[in-house]
Design a protein around this ligand. Structure first.
Ligand code: HEC
Ligand code: HEC
Ligand code: HEC
Ligand code: HEC
Length: 502
């Protein structure tokens, strides 16, 4: 048999053919290998960090250089165009919409200004702009302490990491204005090193510890709620240092937290009309959510307010935190088969019913405050009034526990109605006691509630000089805020950011 060499000697082109074929095969194999390597490299380097920064880097745009998708959607919380029947992110003047609130909060900051929330992006702008923080210009101080900054910014854990929480809370609100400038962002929920979820604020961690629980040991699914609960919970300012505390030692129900405050004789303020010792429920979103069916079935806040989304084959978490009715297809429809319209209707029908009870309770409370005022005017004694005032305190506490938790009518409709039911009963009790006191003082008629049909009228009734407050605020925004911003820009220039080679 002729060898290959003999064949080639006879037909030299055959040699060339073999040579070329080998080259082509080797080339194709090479391409294949390189493509496999590239794919693997893609899988490993889908995450291409561009910069290295510290845990306490407060600027979300710096973190965003490593995670542009999450950053873009985080930034989308600046959108204020979405409105639903009761919520959404449009700026709505809640006192204008419901002037009874001015009466319920007489002599308390909230009667000056209270707006529907616009979104995390505005947290710093809104706390500076709101009349409640006053106008600390020319050596004047704010009516609020530094504690008020706590839930607004990743600059808070940054400063706390240097001086400790106790020191942070002390002093008047304007003292830390130059330090707290970036709105709620990445560092509030993530560890820089590995992007794990974390809770950098102490109040939640301490409340867990007092109940023999450890946030460090929470499951991943629990963390998807606890990052929110560090801010979206009931709290109060304890003692002269205004230390921020979650009042959960007896439990988190409306009754248990009420008992906690009563035991300590704690009140936020004395009511300007009835003189009742009041507690304002802040925003027990987490507490009430946990009593609802979705929590019982194991859902976390992020399941509805931060849904998974997909782009170019990449799955990631939508960081536009807003009313879930903004993206029903990505949230509710992942689990429910009903139509979008039907699910929205489910939300609204629960809200309609719960709001109905809210308004009933408000009307009773407004009357009770003015009846108490009348009783004082006619010479009632402290002792005579004590029981009725405690009833007013408890009824309004229950009102606020649901009313200030803006998702509660959906998160937990049954618990919400239970709370309003008991609140309505207690308000009736208060009014009965007051009418007996009034009768004893010789007054048998109905006590007239003044005209509070608009915000302006209601604010006049509680004795607020709105023109003056607005004028002073304007001055503060023009004079003081730009100085704070300027100091922040200078400081932030010195933060360590290491550019990485890729
Ligand atoms: C209010 C809390 C919160 C804030 C603020 C926040 N995140 Fe997240 N982030 C989450 C939650 C919750 C998840 C989902 C975690 C999970 O399920 O594993 C997440 C997931 C992520 C992930 C993992 C990949 C993914 O998309 O699921 C990255 C990366 C991330 N966030 C980046 C950022 C960046 C960058 C910022 C700032 C621009 C930011 N986050 C701000 C709560 C937050
Ligand atoms: C650092 C504190 C903080 C954390 C953490 C936080 N929030 Fe908020 N949240 C706020 C504040 C403050 C506002 C009001 C901001 C404003 O409108 O000025 C707000 C507003 C909101 C709103 C209303 C937005 C709108 O469009 O009206 C929703 C919904 C919300 N938060 C849900 C969440 C969820 C869900 C989480 C957890 C994944 C979370 N928040 C984590 C402080 C926080
Ligand atoms: C099963 C879905 C679901 C889960 C889980 C959930 N929410 Fe909600 N949330 C809603 C719906 C629906 C609304 C009402 C939206 C509306 O009326 O536009 C709402 C409203 C809110 C609002 C008011 C929104 C606004 O526009 O002002 C806040 C704040 C809020 N939720 C926070 C939370 C927090 C914090 C958690 C976890 C403790 C949580 N939610 C868990 C569905 C959910
Ligand atoms: C991760 C899955 C999941 C998501 C997301 C989800 N749900 Fe549910 N939902 C459930 C489960 C589980 C139940 C309890 C049903 C049961 O066990 O029979 C439930 C119950 C309900 C109920 C009946 C309970 C009640 O309040 O009377 C309504 C209404 C509802 N969901 C609406 C919604 C809406 C609206 C959204 C979006 C904002 C939503 N759900 C998002 C899983 C989910």
């Amino acid at each position: 048999m002729a060898t290959i060499r003999e064949h080639i000697r006879k037909k030299p082109w055959l040699g060339w053919l073999l040579f070329l074929a080998t080259v082509v095969v080797v080339f194709i194999l090479g391409l294949l290998a390189s493509s496999i390597m590239e794919r693997r490299a893609e899988a490993v380097f889908a995450y291409q960090p561009e910069v290295k920064h510290s845990q306490w880097e407060p600027r979300s745009e710096v973190w965003g250089r490593n995670f542009p998708r999450q950053y873009d959607r985080w930034k989308a919380t600046s959108d204020t165009s979405f409105r639903t029947k009761y919520n959404g992110n449009a700026q709505i003047d809640m006192l204008e919409r419901n002037p009874r609130l001015v009466i319920l909060w007489a002599d308390y900051g909230f009667s000056k200004e209270y707006n529907q929330s616009k979104g995390h992006y505005y947290a710093i702008h809104d706390i500076r702009d709101i009349l409640r923080t006053g106008a600390p210009v020319d050596g004047q101080s704010s009516p609020m302490p530094n504690t008020c900054w706590t839930c607004k910014s990743p600059d808070v854990p940054r400063v706390m990491s240097k001086i400790g929480a106790e020191e942070f809370y002390k002093g008047s609100w304007e003292e830390r204005g130059h330090q707290i400038v970036n709105p709620i962002g990445c560092a509030d929920c993530h560890e820089a090193e590995n992007m794990n979820l974390h809770v950098p604020r102490p109040a939640l961690v301490e409340a867990f510890n007092r109940n023999d629980r450890d946030v460090e040991e929470a499951s991943h699914q629990e963390m998807r709620s606890l990052v929110c609960a560090q801010c979206h919970s009931e709290y109060y300012f304890k003692g002269s240092g205004n230390y921020l505390v979650f009042p959960w030692d007896k439990g988190r129900s409306v009754e248990e937290v009420e008992a906690y405050y009563d035991e300590r004789n704690f009140s936020d303020w004395t009511h300007g009309i009835s003189r009742a010792p009041m507690v304002k429920a802040q925003h027990p979103d987490y507490e009430l959510f946990m009593t609802g069916i979705h929590a019982e079935r194991g859902l976390a806040c992020a399941d509805c307010h931060m849904p998974y989304t997909s782009e170019g084959g990449q799955k990631y978490t939508d960081h536009k935190i807003v009313s879930p009715l903004n993206y029903v297809e990505k949230t509710c429809l992942v689990c429910h088969k009903e139509s979008e319209q039907e699910l929205i209707q489910n939300v609204y029908s629960r809200f309609d019913k719960v709001k109905e009870s809210q308004y009933q309770l408000e009307k009773l409370l407004v009357k009770a405050h003015f009846e108490a005022k009348k009783a004082w005017e006619l010479g009632a004694s402290e002792e005579q009034m004590q029981d009725a005032l405690m009833d007013i305190r408890h009824a309004q506490w229950r009102w606020g526990y649901v009313a200030n938790s803006h998702g509660a009518p959906f998160h937990s409709p049954i618990e919400s109605l239970h709370i309003y039911n008991t609140g309505i009963n207690i308000a009736h009790e208060a009014r009965m006691k007051l009418s007996r006191i009034l009768a004893g003082l010789g007054y048998n008629k109905e006590v007239k509630v003044p005209d509070i049909s608009t915000k302006a009228k209601a604010q006049e009734v509680v004795g607020l000089d709105m023109d003056k407050l607005n004028r002073q605020k304007e001055q503060f925004m023009e004079k003081v805020v730009p100085e704070w911003e300027e100091q922040a820009v200078k400081r932030e220039q010195n933060y360590d950011i290491e550019k990485l080679e890729n």
